[in-house]
Design a protein around this ligand. Structure first.
Ligand SMILES: Cc1cc2nc3c(=O)[nH]c(=O)nc-3n(C[C@H](O)[C@H](O)[C@H](O)COP(=O)(O)OP(=O)(O)OC[C@H]3O[C@@H](n4cnc5c(N)ncnc54)[C@H](O)[C@@H]3O)c2cc1C
Length: 377
């Protein structure tokens, strides 16, 4: 496996369950043992926990899974069945590409000055900087930006979040959901400033395209990620929009090469089309399919993608195919909300806050391609 995120580790575990006889090695660019990313923008950033390990070291040794950290794979030879990492050549019988994605610096002057948040090292750097800071600007209103802004505000920093969209994730989730996200960010103590672009980043300020310059001790860019597919592409593995194209069994079409997780564009049998996901559990599920397939078992990716996010004290849950919708409708609850999304009369997504029954119902309706339980048009 290349990569020690949920896809790589999930693949290793699934493979080992079926094949006790073949050595399993996880090569990872990370310098840390496998860890969980979701807490990095939440409990870890707020200083509520230091332990984000995915499993204790004994979990890997008990399963005879070899994890080689600090070993970025620099080359893959699909003919020779070898990969090169940290100056060594490794042979493989089965290769699973689970290299995830990396943040790209904002393409503006000074873009590299903003801190990023993907790895445990990034999070450590950000947390240390936050301890010395009184103010922060978070650029980008995706879920990681919202979580980081809320966490920094909860630590007592004066936080301004800026984004080109008028409301957070307006394009992806709609205006009604975007307003709810603003309310959650503000409840956590951060300010949201939408409809503005960043022109320049300075050591202590963000220059916006509306003429305003926001000064801050700490600047974080949470402006999206780029799949880590360069080595696979160079090796001739088929890609589309920089993602490795795989079937529902996570096979790339090249002999013995599979891919899973954020780096993959995988076919989902229930959706009947390829789906891009950037969620923890789905990466683990895809990894499990890839590992099972590599071990010779039958497995397909069929689940409805889903994830949870915590913005301050609120938890927002989302099930979705993630490739758009025709109509949506927000339903208010006493202490939360549900947004239903339909395409062609079928439920394609549900976003909930304090409405777990709707979250579960939504998964079933999306799976079955049935309409939402309320009129959506
Ligand atoms: C701060 C943060 C918070 C998040 N919160 C949530 C959440 O609440 N809920 C949720 O569902 N999702 C969340 N996500 C998204 C989730 O973490 C990802 O979708 C998931 O980690 C993807 O798993 P993956 O295994 O595909 O890739 P990754 O977890 O990115 O792992 C990729 C691995 O590949 C390694 N690698 C890359 N290139 C190479 C190379 N050339 N050679 C060797 N190794 C390489 C990397 O070092 C890494 O170990 C969050 C992400 C972040 C960053």
């Amino acid at each position: 496996m290349i990569g020690s995120g949920p896809a790589g580790v999930g693949a290793a575990e699934a493979f080992r369950k079926r094949r006790a006889d073949i050595p399993v090695r996880i090569l990872t660019a990370d310098n840390d043992e496998p860890y969980q990313r979701p807490p990095l923008s939440k409990e870890f950033l707020r200083g509520e926990t230091d332990d984000v390990s995915l499993h204790p070291s004994s979990w890997f040794s008990d399963r005879d899974l070899d994890v080689t950290t600090g070993a970025p794979v620099a080359g893959i030879d699909v003919q020779a069945h070898t990969v090169t990492a940290a100056g060594r050549r490794y042979e493989y019988a089965h290769l699973i590409l689970a290299t995830g994605a990396s943040p790209t610096p904002l393409p503006v002057p000074g873009g590299e000055l903003a801190l990023q948040l993907r790895s445990l090292q990034d999070a450590g750097r950000l947390r240390a900087a936050a301890q010395r800071a009184e103010s922060a600007v978070v650029i980008g209103a995706g879920f990681i930006g919202c979580e980081a802004a809320a966490s920094l505000a909860m630590k007592g920093l004066s936080v301004t979040m800026v984004a080109p969209e008028k409301l957070p994730q307006e394009k992806r989730l709609g205006a009604a959901a975007g307003q709810k996200l603003v309310a959650l960010i503000e409840e956590a103590g951060a300010r949201f400033s939408g409809g503005v672009g960043v022109e320049e980043i300075r050591a202590d300020a963000v220059v916006l395209d509306n003429g305003v310059t926001v000064t801050a001790d700490l600047i974080v860019a949470a402006t999206g990620v780029q799949p880590n597919s360069a080595q696979a592409q160079a090796a001739g593995v088929p890609t589309e929009r920089s993602r490795i194209v795989v079937d529902a069994g996570m096979a790339t079409g090249l002999p013995d090469v599979y891919a899973a997780g954020d780096v993959a564009l995988a076919f989902n049998t229930t959706a009947g089309r390829p789906i891009v996901i950037e969620h923890w559990q789905d990466a683990a599920d895809q990894g499990a399919v890839a590992g099972a397939r590599a071990a010779g078992a039958d497995a397909r990716w069929s689940g409805v993608p889903g994830f949870w996010t915590s913005i301050g004290d609120a938890t927002v849950k989302y099930h979705a195919w993630g490739d758009g919708y025709d109509d949506s409708r927000l339903i208010e609850h006493r202490d939360g909300f549900t947004v239903w999304y339909e395409s062609g009369g079928a439920t394609v997504a549900v976003l909930t806050c304090n409405a777990d029954d709707d979250y579960d119902l939504g998964e079933n309706l999306i799976q079955a391609g049935k309409p939402a339980p309320v009129p959506v048009r």
